[in-house]
Design a protein around this ligand. Structure first.
Ligand SMILES: Nc1ncnc2c1ncn2[C@@H]1O[C@H](COP(=O)(O)OP(=O)(O)O)[C@@H](O)[C@H]1O
Ligand SMILES: [Mg+2]
Length: 189
């Protein structure tokens, strides 16, 4: 479910953030995750939302991380939950939830590492990371990959650091050049 404000947004195609993210997504072979990070408002979620909207290789899912982990947690206790998608009620069960996480073409987890750390949150995140191993997964967040260990735990931080990460800097990137706006660190372990 894409946040409503992105549905109405007239996307600026000259966005350097968008261009670089699209390039990275195209280049990623043998998928590991892609983590877009930087300060508020620099265009991380927007870039992820555009990639989500244009994704054509199977179903794409866009959720904020905490919402998704909270649904996963609820489904540990309850048989099913109801979500309204396009005004239509959808019953989600534990198995249909995890099947869609595993089988979707692309999963976007927006705003990871927000809020207080909880053991259950780390546990759900780990399960999601395991389910998306070598499958398209894009995350956005405000914290540097080094600090993820404080928000979650060592295994999660190290799994994310195994993937690609893109630091987005600057508040008005559309006027600045690529080199001023990005530093890209890619690991190919
Ligand atoms: N490619 C783009 N085209 C149009 N507007 C954009 C674009 N990128 C960012 N914006 C604008 O900047 C705002 C902040 O972007 P957002 O992606 O939400 O930032 P972040 O997730 O980094 O906090 C968006 O709501 C949108 O108005
Ligand atoms: Mg955002």
């Amino acid at each position: 479910m894409l946040p409503a404000h992105f549905q109405r947004l007239a996307v600026r195609e000259d966005s350097a953030v968008l261009a670089e993210c699209s390039r990275l997504v195209r280049d990623v072979t043998g998928w590991r995750s892609l983590y877009l990070w930087g300060a508020n408002g620099v265009g991380k979620s927007c870039a992820a939302a555009v990639i989500y909207c244009r994704w054509s290789l199977g179903r794409a899912i866009f959720r904020t991380a905490n919402e998704l982990f909270s649904d996963a947690m609820t489904l540990e206790r309850e048989k099913e939950i109801t979500r309204y998608i396009g005004g239509v009620a959808c019953e989600i069960t534990h198995s249909s939830f995890w099947r869609s996480i595993e089988e979707c073409g692309l999963l976007v987890l927006d705003e990871i590492a927000q809020g207080d750390p909880h053991e259950w949150r780390s546990e759900m995140f780990w399960r999601v990371l395991e389910a998306r191993k070598r499958k398209p997964l894009i995350m956005t967040g405000n914290v540097s990959p080094d600090v993820l260990v404080q928000a979650y735990d060592q295994r999660i931080a190290s799994r994310i650091q195994e993937g690609s990460f893109l630091k987005i800097v600057g508040s008005d990137g559309r006027k600045a050049g690529l080199t001023q706006r990005f530093s890209i660190v890619q690991r190919t372990v």
